[in-house]
Design a binder for this molecule. Structure first.
Ligand code: NDP
Length: 329
């Protein structure tokens, strides 16, 4: 029986523990594909799962990692053959099925997206779930009528994985982008990515009245809580807010006034179960017309499996920025 190295997460009588272990290399069943993972990445959900915070895993023990990119080694699915370059994000990965923090990944072939022309596995993981989710948010904004003429788009959690990618994509599409970031030392970097202006987390204009002065054409929100509530009160008539995350809290205390008196829309973004063909379309955009000009400038760290626990702690403490690549091999 062949073995591989994987980052395993346990939750049992002894409580939570996670670390690098040797486990059996999986064998694909009917409909499944085995791929050699060349790159994975660290997303906020990976940090929650790896640190034993939040209820983000359904089955234990499990291999962590909601992202993976690599090459098909064995296929028992009609759409894939050995040698195909593929991307796996979301679905059951690191939820009720082993994820991408291992040398190989065995998943249903239906979960895979073809590597689009113009991306290699490393570049695909610079984007990863963060880039895919940013693209989903942009897609939802555009479908709901967002255009640069409505005014600047606010991006919260700007220095994070989703935030920095949303800034880069929106700037590429001609939007004026204003970032909200708690990291003043990264303002130059975020400006280079495409933000026209940065404001601190405590500097968001507007108060607590049901409607405040309308400033933002729309927003991409990774933070939730009071920050999202304030944004709902300050978006212009028929502007849109893409709601992605909860880095600052899961509560939302607002009123119906922005919805019924300004017609604003709060657009939910759930990247995990995006069906085809939208999944393929978003990856095509990310590889071409929405592709950030300098993907490498988004990478803040490149680590192996042993460095994951310390990285999770830093991410949950809000001390990371940009994209962190993982080399499982
Ligand atoms: P990151 O940790 O990379 O980014 C989060 C950013 O939020 C931080 O960099 C920081 O930016 C800001 N932040 C952190 N803590 C706080 C706080 N207490 N108050 C205000 N701002 C804070 O995470 P990701 O980019 O991977 O994910 C962002 C959010 O989106 C997470 O909540 C994640 O769960 C969610 N998500 C949801 C998905 C979906 O399908 N809906 C998919 C992917 C992610 P700064 O210092 O610049 O302010």
């Amino acid at each position: 029986m062949s073995e591989q190295t994987a980052f395993r997460i346990h939750q049992d009588d002894q409580g939570h523990r996670a670390g690098v272990e040797r486990i059996a290399t999986p064998t694909p069943r009917e409909g499944e594909v085995l791929l050699r993972v060349s790159h994975s990445s660290v997303n906020y959900k990976d940090a929650l799962a790896g640190a034993g915070r939040g209820k983000v895993i359904k089955r234990f023990p499990i291999t962590g990692g909601i992202d993976a990119a690599g090459q098909v080694e064995q296929s028992r699915h009609p759409c894939w053959k050995a040698g195909d370059a593929v991307i796996a994000t979301g679905f059951g990965m690191a939820f009720d099925h082993d994820g991408g923090y291992a040398e190989t990944l065995c998943v249903p072939g239906d979960w895979l997206a073809k590597m689009p022309d113009g991306l290699d596995p490393r570049q695909a993981m610079i984007l990863g779930t963060a880039g895919f989710t940013a693209a989903l948010a942009v897609h939802r904004l555009l479908v709901n009528g967002q255009h640069p003429g409505l005014g600047p788009i606010l991006v919260t959690g700007a220095s994070g994985g989703v935030g920095c990618l949303a800034i880069a994509i929106l700037a590429q599409l001609g939007f004026e982008v204003v970032g909200v970031s708690g990291k003043a030392d990264l303002h130059d970097w975020l400006t280079q990515l495409g933000a026209s202006r940065l404001i601190g987390r405590d500097e968001l204009p507007g108060g607590d009245r049901p409607l405040e002065k309308a400033i933002w054409g729309g927003a991409v929100d990774n933070v939730g809580g009071p920050m999202l509530a304030r944004i709902t009160r300050t978006v212009v008539t028929y502007g849109n807010i893409a709601s992605i995350g909860l880095a600052g809290g899961s509560d939302l205390e607002t009123t119906v006034m922005p919805f019924i008196l300004r017609g604003i829309s709060l657009l939910g973004c759930h990247s995990v179960e995006i069906p085809f063909p939208l999944r393929a379309e978003l990856w095509r955009h990310l590889a071409s017309d929405w592709r950030p000009a300098d993907l490498d400038s988004l990478v803040s760290d490149e680590i192996d499996l042993n460095a994951l626990p310390a990285t999770f702690d830093r991410m949950l403490a809000g001390e990371t920025h940009g994209r962190i690549l993982v080399r499982p091999g």
